[in-house]
Design a protein around this ligand. Structure first.
Ligand code: C5P
Length: 243
């Protein structure tokens, strides 16, 4: 996999036309396109087909599912039929919810001869810092300890990996001890870029060196004057870090 293949562009835009235009511009320069809450709420899940038709080979459906196991299982059956490469489920929904998501995706893929989407558990959002975790969410563990526990639970439930901040990559690798367990990290900012609302950021090369498999990058590419040039610069930085 080259540097560009490890970039997942977050298509955090409000219209399908805008997202399609970005796919047309960026295909060949990044590996995966992520459709998340803003885009899918505006356009419906049929946007995934439009993105595919525009040239997005791999689509990350950032549905951030979080509900009772029965409901999440139903959603996963539909997600499997959408043909997404990957889908996210909140780990804080608990073990039974994650296991139900995995089971539903496997069964649907087997019964209907489809490929199963990779299931990634969201650990702690990268916008949540230590203070918010302790004071607002009343979690008695440090961010690292909590992420490690959630990652172990996700592995046990059969998830393919986790979404975690670059700061927790090493802790997840230690907790899970499986080189095939995927770690996808948002909260990535090239040196000097605006952090926005992300609390725990790192540069692309630091995140790759620590062991991230893929980087989710939104505003540093979307808000750049030249998104293709921004993606190419990040891809080059990743390639150098891999070398
Ligand atoms: O613009 P920026 O690079 O901050 O975008 C990060 C993307 O990653 C957003 O689409 C956001 O929803 C997503 N994300 C995140 N933190 C997580 C999980 C997903 O920022 N823990």
């Amino acid at each position: 996999m080259s540097g560009k293949d490890r970039i997942i562009v977050a298509l955090d835009v409000e219209s399908g036309d805008c997202a399609v235009e970005l796919v047309q511009q960026l295909k060949g320069h990044v590996g995966v396109f992520k459709a998340g809450l803003e885009l899918v709420t505006a356009e419906g899940t049929q946007i995934l087909k439009r993105l595919r038709d525009a040239g997005a080979e791999r689509i990350f459906y950032d549905g951030k599912l979080h509900d009772i196991p029965n409901t999440v299982a139903g959603a996963m059956r539909s997600v499997t039929r959408l043909g997404a490469w990957c889908v996210t489920v909140h780990a804080t929904g608990g073990y039974a919810q994650l296991a139900a998501a995995v089971k539903a995706a496997c069964e649907t893929a087997d019964n209907e001869h489809l490929s199963r989407p990779k299931i990634l558990a969201v650990t702690v959002l990268t916008s949540i810092g230590a203070e918010a975790l302790a004071n607002e969410m009343k979690v008695g563990l440090s961010v690292s300890e909590y992420v490690a526990e959630l990652a172990k639970m996700a592995q046990k439930a059969g998830c393919d990996g986790v979404i975690a901040s670059p700061h927790e990559i090493e802790v997840v690798r230690q907790a899970v001890n499986d080189p095939n367990f995927l770690i996808i990290t948002p909260g990535v900012r090239p040196a000097g870029a605006d952090k926005g609302d992300q609390a725990r950021v790192m540069t692309p090369s630091e995140a790759i060196q620590r062991g991230a498999n893929y980087l989710v990058i939104g505003r540093p590419i979307l808000a750049a004057a030249d998104p293709v040039a921004a993606a190419n610069t990040i891809a080059e930085e990743i390639s150098q870090a891999l070398a």
